[in-house]
Design a protein around this ligand. Structure first.
Ligand code: MLT
Length: 311
């Protein structure tokens, strides 16, 4: 019997991917919401679907990425619609950007680049100006510094691994790993008792938890005040995991030297010690392909065989 051709609507995600006979129709928000369009499934990356009308024809949703906070998961579950995501498929890309963020901050590279951009004159003048001003951009090195990782899923673990290889001390905490026997990380990663211990002991803190009710404002006024002076805070998870006012206060009183984040926010965007990226964590050729193939295979398996994997 020939396999049924499914109609998968693909919201600005990966038009080039059609593995295992999966035919994807590039679509926008309005086309998907159109009840007469009858999609069987919707593929999405970070497009916000929370207020979108999901037609009754939809049998499954695929999210090409780890976070599902842009999808009305509870509502979909109550309608019996599985949401497939791709934890791990983009973890290496995020890890590499976290490392880049740590180095940008540790070596004051953003102000240094701005300084270079504004230099003018002949070579001798440029050289003189660079030599005269370079002291203000002097940074710190990573070996021997303590990195605190909050959230030890796929990304947190990869970050731990690279930090250890670079000679950093690594302490980790994961709100979900509560039993000691489940702590299967390298013995070189020390387990912190709680978030407060990470906050008190770390020179760099990196966040790798999903945005849930329990993780909203995990970094808040109270714990920012117990940070070490000049802590470098990295957030490649979701903006809501930090309380922006608390981070602003931390920047003002030098508890935080830099806040490096992957999400623009009006409040923090133009602060000189905030390094903002436009949600680039998973934006590599490899990660996009890994996520697309993984989620498309999950959808095919579900639509054609009824198998549910990785929801
Ligand atoms: C994710 O949830 O995997 C990341 O936010 C990356 C992305 O989807 O662009």
């Amino acid at each position: 019997m020939p396999e049924r051709q499914h109609k998968i609507f693909n919201i600005r995600t990966f038009n080039q991917i059609s593995p295992r006979g999966l035919k994807c129709f590039p679509a926008n928000h309005y086309q998907v919401s159109d009840t007469s369009a009858n999609p069987d499934a919707i593929l999405v990356r970070s497009h916000n679907m929370l207020k979108m009308h999901i037609p009754d024809s939809v049998l499954a949703i695929g999210r090409a990425g780890a976070g599902t906070n842009n999808i009305p998961v509870t509502n979909m579950s109550s309608r019996g619609i599985p949401v497939f995501n791709t934890p791990g498929a983009n973890a290496n890309a995020v890890k590499e950007l976290v490392l880049a963020g740590m180095l940008l901050a540790a070596r004051n590279l953003v102000p240094a680049l701005h300084f270079s951009e504004h230099l003018q004159g002949d070579d001798a003048t440029l050289h003189k100006a660079a030599e005269a001003e370079k002291k203000q951009f002097s940074g710190i090195e990573l070996p021997g510094r303590t990195l605190g990782i909050i959230g030890l899923g796929e990304i947190g673990r990869l970050v731990a691994d690279v930090a250890l290889k670079l000679g950093m001390k690594v302490i980790g905490y994961d709100p979900k790993i509560t039993i000691d026997s489940a702590w299967s990380l390298s013995s070189a990663v020390k387990k912190a008792q709680d978030i407060e211990e990470i906050i008190r002991r770390s020179d760099f803190i990196t966040l790798h938890v999903p945005l849930l009710d329990t993780t909203r404002h995990l970094i808040n006024e109270e714990n920012v005040s117990s940070m070490r002076p000049d802590t470098i805070l990295l957030n490649f998870s979701r903006g809501g995991v930090i309380d922006e006012n608390a981070v602003l206060a931390g920047l003002q009183n030098h508890k935080i030297k830099y806040y490096v984040c992957d999400f623009p926010s009006q409040k923090l965007l133009h602060h000189k010690a905030v390094i903002t990226l436009p949600h680039l964590g998973a934006s590599t050729l490899e990660a996009e392909e890994n996520c697309a193939v993984m989620v498309a295979n999950q959808l095919v398996d579900y639509l054609q065989n009824g198998n549910i994997t990785n929801t």
